[in-house]
Design a protein around this ligand. Structure first.
Ligand code: PAF
Length: 283
């Protein structure tokens, strides 16, 4: 595996496979890799000839109250895990390389509408930072394919809209959420949980499953969501949001069939997110 920091080195390494018409896949990450990230690499490995992972903790997507400084940096372990997973190129640029003019007034990509509300409501500017860095990576790597986890459902929707609106020549593939045996969605932020909080954390998934069951049976959305909020608070979560949206994150209507139930909640210092897709019954 090539490990590269410089843009020119990345372009040089990819020039030859590109010229041979090989298919290049990109898996963007912020490091602190777990089995969920490695599933993205495995997916990319099956769908492309050359797998590039990026590792960059992107300051632009962290707000003033976010955990940028505390965000775990585990470069050596990440590099070894990527190599074992069959990644070909690791691109790990410095902040100064991606943002040569600093962070005060960088050029930014904003994806309106889908970036607003849910995580975008509680983390203003977050998805502008994500869209900006992902579009930079798309320009630098020029992959035919890019893989993102479905755990970050809104992020995936933002990236899909950005790609459609800007006519970027890259296919976006969502990869299903990886869960621990007790159902907790794998996340770098699970590392912030104490043993006691970790034991309580699967209640988020269990609650979503119970709510999904009731929604698919046609119970009133408001009643189900109200009960869900109470159940999560009783389980020790401080709720950010619990919402039912259509699969494109628009509000549900009487005609919505494909829907997604999304939640973000704090457990101690960790902000956990999760989602489940479901089919709503017809009238
Ligand atoms: O999901 C992430 O880890 C990040 O938001 C991403 C897509 C790598 C952009 O920094």
């Amino acid at each position: 595996m090539h490990t590269l920091q410089a843009i020119q080195a990345l372009r040089d390494v990819l020039a030859e496979p590109r010229q041979r018409g090989l298919r290049i896949a990109l898996v963007p990450t912020m490091g602190n890799l777990h089995a969920g990230h490695l599933a993205l690499i495995a997916h990319a490995r099956k769908r492309a000839d050359v797998v590039v992972a990026s590792l960059f903790v992107n300051p632009l997507q962290f707000g003033p109250d976010d955990d940028l400084d505390a965000y775990p940096r585990t470069f050596a372990a990440d590099q070894a895990a990527l190599e074992n997973a069959g990644c070909d190129v690791l691109f790990a640029p410095r902040a100064q390389t991606l943002y040569p003019n600093g962070f005060d007034t960088p050029t930014q990509v904003r994806v309106p509408d889908v970036s607003e509300g849910l995580c975008g409501g509680s983390r203003p500017g977050h998805f502008d930072g994500v869209a900006t860095v992902v579009s930079m990576l798309f320009h630098l790597v020029a992959p035919q394919l890019a893989c993102f986890g479905e755990k970050d459902y809104q992020q995936l929707a933002v990236i899909r809209k950005m790609v459609a609106d800007l006519h970027l020549p890259v296919e976006i593939e969502g990869v299903p959420i990886m869960r621990a045996d007790d159902g907790l969605a794998l996340s770098s932020r699970n590392g912030y949980l104490s043993a006691e909080e970790r034991a309580a954390a699967p209640a988020l998934y269990r609650t979503l499953c119970a709510l999904r069951e009731r929604l698919t049976q046609g119970e009133s959305v408001n009643t189900v969501l109200g009960d869900g909020e109470k159940a999560l608070q009783d389980a020790g979560f401080s709720l950010d949001y619990l919402a039912l949206r259509d699969s494109r994150l628009n509000p549900v209507t009487a005609y919505t069939r494909e829907a997604v139930l999304l939640a973000a909640a704090y457990l101690g210092p960790a902000r956990l997110i999760d989602n489940l897709t479901l089919e709503l019954p017809g009238c």
